[in-house]
Design a protein around this ligand. Structure first.
Ligand code: NAD
Length: 478
């Protein structure tokens, strides 16, 4: 019997109207469970519950909030293997990657448990005699959260935890294909001592459930992670009604490999950044920009390394890459490989659908030699697919790295302090890596990008306070 993943509204588990299957991309014959989509009226119930509980939760003490978040973090950490297994089955990341993500989610809750006790403020002398000025931070109110499928525990954690830490109530909408992880998080939150309505889970489609969140005037702030297309549509609607919004969207992240790099290390960084987690990371190194003197050698070594990677069922030990998360994403990956061929790019290796013991969305990691104008080198694919470009020298490589509408993350592999320093300053991105994969970040520092990749304040670390609070300036005369 499969499990049914329900929504959670005003402290109650709620069934939706329609049933849909929660697929296991490693084994289509064995679904993870099923879930029901909510309708717009049910989402409005969740928003009403969040609005009703807002005042009491915003008046809770920092210690109460810290205790609730610490409870959630501790339980996630204690159950990271079990939660990681659910994540691996549902999203298709390898089991070690999935357990690592579960642990990260636990750490994020614990980090914000601490932040709940450290809500910053300032007190200044006024420019007028006998007057004092205080600057305090207050909750924004009801926060709507719309999340993607590729980090189904960590991304919800880095939105839910700060929202609650700073005294907001939450209505959380997960992506359609990962209701199980969302349900597991909600189940833990349901036992954390929050007042009914402070946290609500609304499972369902973007068109119905997501839209109901962006349209409702009782939602005071909306945080979204997902595609540029959806993010931009939400931004228009948010602007029309003056809704505070934060968007984290796509990337086409460059990794520059200079001729002076330690090539073995550079290949490892490239392969990790481009293909681990099946390339389904917004920070994936999907554009490898290699300086001409080492271009051929880099490709030869990368092909050898890619041939050694094992693609398989997410729960099988010893595999490096799990399946693509959905049939839709697999179709996108394959269509980009077709477009690349049609445009004259050269498929160097991979890009084949694999038939394994279980029927799943398996694709071998693909490396494509491309020109900067090819779509495979410009658009986000979001799969185990990377384009490799040739650069004449450092300046050319930097220009190629910045020649993109995106600006999430950029990396450089080099032994030169001069180029590393210059690249850190001149890469037009929110995050930059030297001799590290573009994917893989710390939870206690800001996360986010520039250009089409992001909109609004940064997420994570202390910087999360910007989005989840509003500033008040108070003047007092004795
Ligand atoms: P998506 O835009 O299709 O969906 C994201 C979420 O938006 C889902 O919950 C979906 O149901 C919802 N949604 C869809 N249409 C909507 C609508 N009209 N109104 C309201 N909500 C709607 O993205 P995805 O396929 O789930 O995720 C992949 C994308 O996420 C990639 O582009 C990736 O780069 C990006 N991503 C970005 C970051 C980051 O931090 N920058 C992190 C992870 C993923």
């Amino acid at each position: 019997m499969t499990q049914r993943f329900q929504s959670y509204i005003d402290g109650q588990w709620v069934a939706g109207s329609t049933a849909a299957q929660d697929e296991n991309p490693s084994d289509l014959a064995t679904p993870v469970g099923d879930y029901a989509s909510l309708d717009a009226a049910q989402v409005r119930d969740a928003i009403a519950a969040a609005a009703a509980s807002q005042r009491s939760w915003s008046l809770s003490t920092p210690q109460q909030r810290a205790d609730a978040l610490d409870f959630v973090g501790s339980e996630i950490l204690a159950r990271k293997e079990e939660l990681g297994r659910l994540l691996a089955m549902e999203e298709g990341k390898t089991l070690p990657e999935s357990i690592g993500e579960a642990a990260r989610a636990g750490q994020i809750f614990k980090f914000f448990a601490g932040e709940a006790l450290r809500i910053p403020g300032e007190k200044l002398a006024s420019t007028r005699p006998g007057v004092e000025v205080e600057i305090t931070r207050e909750p924004v109110g009801v926060v709507g959260i719309i999340a993607p499928w590729n980090f189904p525990l960590a991304i919800p954690a880095w939105k839910i935890a700060p929202a609650l830490a700073y005294g907001n109530s939450v209505v959380f909408k997960p992506a359609e294909i990962v209701p199980g992880c969302a349900w597991a998080l909600a189940e833990i939150l349901s036992r954390a001592g929050l007042p009914a309505g402070a946290f609500n889970l609304v499972i369902g489609s973007g068109r119905v459930v997501g839209q109901a969140l962006v349209e409702d005037p009782r939602v005071n702030a909306l945080t979204f992670t997902g595609s540029v297309r959806t993010g931009n549509a939400l931004l228009q609607q948010a602007a029309a009604r003056g809704l505070k919004i934060q968007l984290e969207m796509g990337g086409k992240n460059p990794l520059v490999v200079l001729a002076d790099a330690d090539l073995e290390k550079a290949v490892e960084i490239a392969v990790n950044g481009a293909y681990f987690s099946t390339g389904q990371r917004c920070t994936a190194s999907s554009r490898l920009i290699v300086q001409a003197p080492v271009y051929e050698e880099f490709i030869a070594r990368a092909r050898k390394r890619l041939a050694s990677l094992k693609v398989g069922h997410a729960l099988t030990s010893g595999i490096d890459i799990g399946p693509v998360a959905s049939a839709e994403q697999l179709a996108t990956d394959l269509s980009y490989l077709d477009i690349a061929r049609q445009e004259g790019a050269e498929l160097l290796c991979g890009g084949e659908q694999l038939e394994l013991d279980t029927r799943g969305h398996y694709l071998s990691p693909a490396l494509v030699a491309a020109l900067p104008e090819h779509r495979i080198a410009r658009e986000e694919v979001f799969g185990p697919v990377a384009a490799v470009l040739r650069a004449d020298d450092y300046e050319h490589a930097l220009a190629l790295a910045n020649d993109t509408e995106f600006g999430l993350c950029a990396g450089i592999a080099t032994t030169s302090l001069k180029y590393a320093t210059h690249f850190k300053r001149h890469a037009e991105v929110g995050m930059v890596m030297v001799n590290l994969p573009t994917a893989g970040v710390d939870p206690h520092v800001p996360f986010g990008g520039r250009k089409a990749s992001s909109y609004g304040p940064r997420e994570q670390g202390r910087y999360a306070v910007e989005f989840y609070t509003t500033v008040k300036t108070a003047y007092t005369s004795a």
